[in-house]
Design a protein around this ligand. Structure first.
Ligand code: TRP
Length: 395
């Protein structure tokens, strides 16, 4: 076990209390500075998504380069993904909410990857049928966020492999075992599916350039835990003749039970609000959620509470504050002791319940769109050949 000061962040393990400044240094990423955010704000037509202004996205690679390209007339596409190991909870929406905003502001094509193969390889308890079924289910949730179907396509690994494989081979030839072992912390007993998998996560970064036969820049909104994959991708990009993908990284929001990251696995059901939780569950979970409150009301009025460690504040911050003004009001109320935890929770509960109700409707309507957006076909090593569904959207 790591001591309190130690933490581990890889795509396959997140533990300890994460020091984001140190992590950024370890990973070698850049801070999303106020200057860079201003530049993005201007490019986006004057506004930023709250996830950017609230510091949920805190780090990047090459966003400055991507913006310079954009200013010079080189549009980009978006890419993010989901490993379907179970139902989605609210923190899973972070990259996709931001992608949707980017898509809307920049009319960017969006490529979404569903890695049903990855989760079969790395999650012991799941069958092949399970991860496929969760993939289809998660996809309906993600499309419900409101991506423009004309500009959105899905790499569903087990079904899209025919359009991905020639490029996956190119990537796989450039990745050696010692890199994968060091980057992901795999041991010699790791199954070889997981060892190969990172090649598939690289594919969407290059795929539009490969398919179009010209360089198209890629922007990936993702949790900082996914950065190791893209370090591998970026190191081999130029050797293959493709631009390095740019990234914006989010923090890992704390789960409802305390300081652990929200997780879908095992006994962690109470650690997050799932998108299909019924209203009574939302009330119960928020009611029991770990906060940054004090031991007594008197103490809290006097000292204020600590939003930074509070799982309820994380929900306001990541999703539910409807405006900047409201977010500031909740944050300052919390810090000053004016807003007590009980009150804050009762204000949040109906907000979450109504979001989930609307989400369920949008998801029901999105189910029809799922099939048509999955890329299937069989491409040849030169990138030609049939893509069975839809025109491929390119910027
Ligand atoms: N590996 C990711 C997961 O386990 C899924 C994923 C695939 C992804 N491609 C991505 C995440 C691109 C972020 C960006 O959830």
């Amino acid at each position: 076990m790591p001591s309190k000061e130690e933490f581990v962040v890889t795509p396959y393990e997140v533990r300890g209390r994460i020091d984001y400044a140190r992590l950024q240094e370890q990973f070698g990423t850049q801070a999303l500075s106020p200057e860079l955010l201003d530049r993005l704000r201007r490019a986006a037509g004057g506004e930023l998504h709250p996830l950017l202004t609230r510091g949920v996205y805190f780090s990047h690679r090459d966003l400055d380069r991507l913006l310079a390209g954009l200013e010079a007339g080189r549009p980009f596409f978006l890419y993010s993904g989901r490993g379907p190991s179970g139902p989605l909870h609210t923190s899973h929406l972070l990259p996709f909410d931001l992608c949707r905003w980017f898509q809307e502001r920049f009319h960017a094509p969006m490529y979404l990857q569903i890695t049903d193969d990855e989760k079969f390889w790395v999650r012991g308890g799941l069958s092949r049928a399970d991860t496929y079924r969760w993939g289809m289910e998660n996809l309906a949730d993600l499309l419900a966020i409101g991506f423009d179907p004309a500009r959105t396509r899905v790499f569903f690994d087990s079904r899209s492999i025919g359009v991905m494989y020639p490029l996956a081979e190119e990537v796989a030839r450039k990745v050696n075992f010692s890199t994968v072992r060091a980057v992901f912390g795999f041991s010699a007993s790791q199954n070889i599916g997981a060892i190969f998998y990172t090649a598939l996560q690289s594919v969407p970064c290059f795929w539009p350039s490969w398919y179009a036969g010209r360089e198209i820049p890629c922007l990936i909104p993702c949790g900082i835990d996914q950065d190791p994959h893209f370090r591998v991708t970026r190191d081999l990009a130029e050797g293959l003749g493709y631009p390095k993908p740019a990234l914006v990284h989010s923090v890992m929001l704390p789960g409802l039970l305390g300081e652990r990251v929200m997780s879908t696995s095992g006994d962690q059901k109470d650690n997050a609000i799932f998108l299909d939780d019924p209203p009574a569950e939302v009330e119960r979970k928020v009611g029991n959620a770990f906060t940054g409150g004090r031991a007594t009301v008197e103490e809290q009025r006097r000292l204020g509470a600590v939003p930074e460690v509070c799982s309820v504040w994380a929900l306001w911050r990541g999703k539910f504050a409807s405006s900047e003004a409201e977010f500031q009001e909740v944050t300052q109320g919390c810090r000053s002791g004016a807003l007590l935890c009980g009150e804050c929770k009762s204000r949040l509960v109906p907000r979450v319940q109504s979001f989930l109700a609307q989400h369920a409707e949008r998801k029901a309507a999105a189910r029809d769109r799922v099939e048509g957006l999955i890329l299937e076909g069989s491409l040849r090593p030169d990138g030609s050949g049939p893509v069975v569904r839809g025109d491929v959207p390119l910027p």
